[in-house]
Design a protein around this ligand. Structure first.
Ligand code: B3K
Ligand code: ZN
Length: 884
């Protein structure tokens, strides 16, 4: 069956806009069912466009066009055209400039914000208006050149019922407020900084605020406001403290000051993603803003800190300097994630943060590089831009900036960012512009380095060593390769900063060095090395690459115990786990070195407990699967379970003892979110989960006891997580009590939904029937993205066994949900498609079953461009793989 095809947008097709919009005046008459927007654009022909005849192109989506005026006169229908399924208005240059070189175009549109379930553009949920315009939501508000290289000054007038919408917010500074006399009131906002329309924001509703102030380095007083419900205001204090810390850090680390009279954040319950950096008015998914002892885990506190900082940092990296086109997305996202990571390294243990970042890259980004959606951090083409807000553009993008930081050194890097901000302030820039500033500030040639922007895939390093005892010389021979990715078969060598050190028996770690790889194969010599060392490779994950070195088991165990780099220690223990996994799956034998390493870690009281916790958190099903050319989902699940069970049984006494030690370290002290307490809670939680992989009445009782004695959510969630896959009376008791206590709290009940959706087994009920029952739960709300994700995404991501149920019922379930949610919210549904990304690597019948559902999805005429792009690329990857 032939279905509609998506249009492919190519980076090479970029053309500058024919017209610029210097100023936008927007006037909103807010009505939940029929909102009217009058937009007046002060236009100017774009000298840089080259083509003086280039027309003005306005984008629109799901809008009713009420009127169109040019310089105050109605524009006759003959003077403009509609194109692209009627969602584009094209006005010829000659028509626009007939009355002078500064045309003013007024457009009146109307639409129904309540019917907007896609949550893009302006929408109403629970009586509050809220916007999300990145990437292309503004076109659902008014016809506009909706592209990031059109930057304008905005003046926004909002009119609404005073009773229903007492608070009226938009970007910038508040100019005036007045009563309109008819039960309606008005607020006028002005944003003096030119911005693209994707940074526009509007919030209106019955909301309360938490206020504070920040004094900038140059002595300007900024009003800080966080908007939420009155009941949730106490949960906003942590975010406020984080905001102030982030504002100070950006001044100190990057010399960036805030630039408006006020900075506002609104916490939205219904939101498609994490948060949005709209100028002066950030909008957050409330899940990533609200935090207190009883409703946020330690990890949540950290996430709030990171996201508040990330969005704030965008004020410079993204807003003051924005992207020329969406292919440049990593210019703002990769850079801002790196800035966020640098900031977070000052807020928590840097080693632990770096392990988290490394684990995320390896489990998620490497998987993307190896799958159907592989793309460079600066993609060459896309069908739906929403699909490219990816771990590659964000996290790998951040790794690329980190490598620049390593190669240039902190000082030249800072010179480079200063130059970049100074040169491009108030404009829309490209990744090339960023690298050019770095090159100029440092004098380092970055031509080869730029391949990181264009080549997709994960470079693989093969390292071997050679020791010449007579000359005390140690040599590392390194070669690099990069596997082909869809559309890119031949790859050129990359510039790779490879941080190494030598571990010498007796004298610890020496000779730390960053090797600068540029060739396909290279050798690096170390002189005066007294004995054959153990190489510690890719320390602190100095580049987003894979490294293979033929370590002996004992060498890995030595790295686990004695390396002074947290990431390398963690990597070594994982390598041992992989070996033990392969051995168990192979001849069923055991790997003694893993047992030794685990025993040593349990008895290691010198290392930060948070680091031990990370080293005892074993790889997920997906990570184990991604090591295999042919994936047998059932064998992965059973081997993993058996290995964890064996480890937990062997080390049971030591785990329980260490668990007791961590609890004692916490006991008698008032709850605190400081790093030491967080570390003890983290290790206790990891151990509780670990020991329960071989659960029995004693370990179940241990969880229940922690749960009963808990005075904070971290301990509660750790106890519940430990028993997630253990059907037992203790689990029933905790889960139903938690459900009952929090059934009216959106975010809290989502935790329960997510745990239940991820649960591998529920007694006699299959995982798929259990997750279907969750959809039928009276509190399931299909319009709330967080709730939908708590069920569907949690099942797809965490329920390996349920998703891969041998009868295909897990595949059927996810395919059904993709279709169901695509009809209302494509960007939400598109994220579920990733569950099928490994389909063509699976053994039969898993492969055929997934293939069948993918084909069924692709045959649907009404699929959104978002879902269609991913499903078709996923199917195509299967065809290509079959040809290899
Ligand atoms: N820039 C937003 C993400 C927008 C996603 C659009 N689908 C949040 C962020 O990265 O900070
Ligand atoms: Zn961002």
């Amino acid at each position: 069956m032939k279905h509609p095809e998506n249009a492919v947008i190519r980076r090479s097709d970029y053309r500058a806009p024919g017209f610029l919009v210097d100023r936008v005046e927007l006037c909103f008459d807010l009505d939940p069912l029929a909102t009217r927007v009058e937009s007046t654009l002060s236009l100017r022909r774009n000298g840089a466009a080259g083509d003086v005849t280039a027309p003005l192109e306005l984008c629109g989506a799901d809008l009713t066009l009420v009127s169109l005026h040019l310089n105050g006169e109605p524009l006759p229908a003959s003077a403009w055209q509609k194109s692209g399924n009627g969602d584009r208005i094209i006005i010829a240059a000659a028509v626009l400039t007939a009355g002078g070189e500064q045309p003013r175009l007024s457009i009146v549109t109307s639409f129904n914000p309540t019917a907007n379930l896609a949550l893009e553009g302006l929408y109403v949920t629970n009586g509050t208006f809220c916007t999300q315009c990145e990437a292309e939501g503004f076109r659902r508000i008014t016809y506009f050149p909706d592209r990031p290289d059109v930057l304008s000054e905005y003046q926004v007038t909002i009119r609404a019922s005073r009773d229903d919408f007492p608070v009226l917010l938009s970007n910038g500074n508040l100019v005036s407020e007045r009563d309109l006399g008819d039960g309606r009131h008005e607020a006028v906002w002005h944003d003096p900084h030119k911005k693209p329309c994707y940074l526009f924001a509007l919030v209106a509703g019955k909301i309360d605020r938490l206020q504070d102030h920040f004094m900038t380095a140059s002595g300007r007083k900024v009003l800080l406001e966080i908007y939420s419900t009155t009941a949730n205001l106490p949960r906003c204090t942590w975010a406020m403290a984080c905001l102030k810390a982030a504002m100070r850090w950006d001044e100190e680390a990057y010399g960036r000051e805030y630039d408006l009279d006020r900075f506002m954040i609104y916490a939205a319950d219904d939101f498609n993603m994490g948060a949005m950096e709209n100028k002066g008015l950030n909008i957050f998914n409330s899940r990533f803003l609200l935090a207190d002892r009883d409703t946020a885990t330690d990890a949540d506190f950290q996430t709030v800190d990171a996201i508040v900082a990330h969005e704030y940092f965008h004020n410079w990296s993204g807003n003051r300097v924005t992207c020329r086109d969406w292919f440049q997305l990593s210019l703002k996202e990769g850079f801002t994630v790196f800035r966020e990571q640098q900031y977070m390294a000052t807020r928590a243990s840097p080693a632990v943060m770096r392990i988290d970042e490394t684990a995320f890259m390896q489990s998620r980004q490497f998987a993307q590089d190896a799958g159907p959606m592989a793309h460079p951090i600066r993609p060459d083409e896309y069908e739906a831009i929403d699909n490219f807000y990816t771990v590659t553009v964000y996290e790998k993008g951040a790794e690329v900036i980190r490598m620049l930081h390593t190669l240039l050194g902190a000082e030249a890097y800072r010179k480079g960012t200063d130059l970049y901000f100074a040169r491009h302030d108030g404009t829309a820039a490209t990744c090339d512009d960023f690298v050019a500033a770095m090159e100029e500030a440092s004098g380092i040639d970055l031509a080869q380095f730029k391949r990181w922007y264009s080549q997709a895939g994960t470079p693989q390093l093969q390292v071997r060593d050679e020791y010449d005892a007579a000359q005390s010389r140690y040599i590392l021979h390194v070669s690099q390769t990069m596997p082909p990715t869809p559309g890119q078969l031949d790859k050129q060598p990359m510039v790779i900063p490879l941080a190494v050190a030598l571990l010498q028996e007796g004298s610890g770690v020496t000779r730390e060095r960053v090797l600068n790889l540029t060739e396909k194969t290279q050798s690096f010599a170390f002189a005066d090395v007294p004995a054959r060392p153990i190489p510690s490779l890719l320390r602190a994950f100095s580049a987003p690459v894979k490294v293979a070195f033929d370590y002996g088991d004992a060498q890995l165990a030595a790295l686990v115990e004695h390396d002074n780099d947290g990431v390398s220690r963690w990597q070594a223990v994982r390598e041992l786990f992989f070996r033990a996994f392969d051995k168990l799956r192979g001849d069923g034998g055991a790997v003694a070195a893993l047992d030794h390493a685990v025993a040593a870690l349990l008895a290691d009281y010198a290392t930060d407990p948070a680091l031990i916790a990370h080293m005892l958190a074993f790889p997920s099903h997906g990570e184990l699967a991604d090591r295999d050319a042919e994936i047998d989902p059932a064998a992965i699940a059973s081997t993993r379970e058996e290995l964890l069970r064996q480890l937990a049984t062997t080390h049971r006494a030591a785990i329980i003892e260490r668990y007791g030690h961590e609890r004692i370290a916490l006991s008698g002290k008032a709850w605190s979110p400081d790093v030491t307490a967080v570390a003890h809670r983290a290790l206790a939680g990891t151990l509780l989960a670990f020991v329960n992989t071989a659960g029995d009445t004693e370990t179940h009782a241990l969880s229940l006891a922690q749960w009963q004695g808990a005075d904070n959510l971290t301990d509660v969630m750790n106890a519940m997580t430990a028993l997630r896959d253990q059907p037992c009376p203790e689990r029933d008791r905790m889960y139903s009590a938690f459900h009952d206590q929090w059934q009216h709290d959106l975010s809290m009940l989502n935790r329960w939904f997510a745990l239940e959706a991820g649960a591998l087994r529920r007694g006699a009920t299959s995982a798929v029937s259990a997750v279907r029952a969750l959809l039928a739960h009276e509190r399931f709300d299909s319009k709330n993205p967080n709730r939908v994700r708590a069920v569907v995404q949690a099942f797809a991501d965490q329920n390996w066994e349920g998703f891969h149920a041998s009868d295909g019922s897990g595949y059927a379930f996810i395919a059904e949900q993709i279709l169901r949610f695509d009809a209302q919210n494509p960007s939400l549904a598109a994220r579920f498609c990733d569950a099928f990304s490994r389909w063509y690597k699976c053994v039969e019948p898993a492969r055929a079953l997934q293939g069948m559902y993918l084909h069924k999805l692709a045959a649907h005429e009404a699929l959104s461009p978002n879902v269609r792009e991913i499903i078709e690329k996923t199917l195509k990857a299967g065809d290509t793989a079959a040809l290899r």
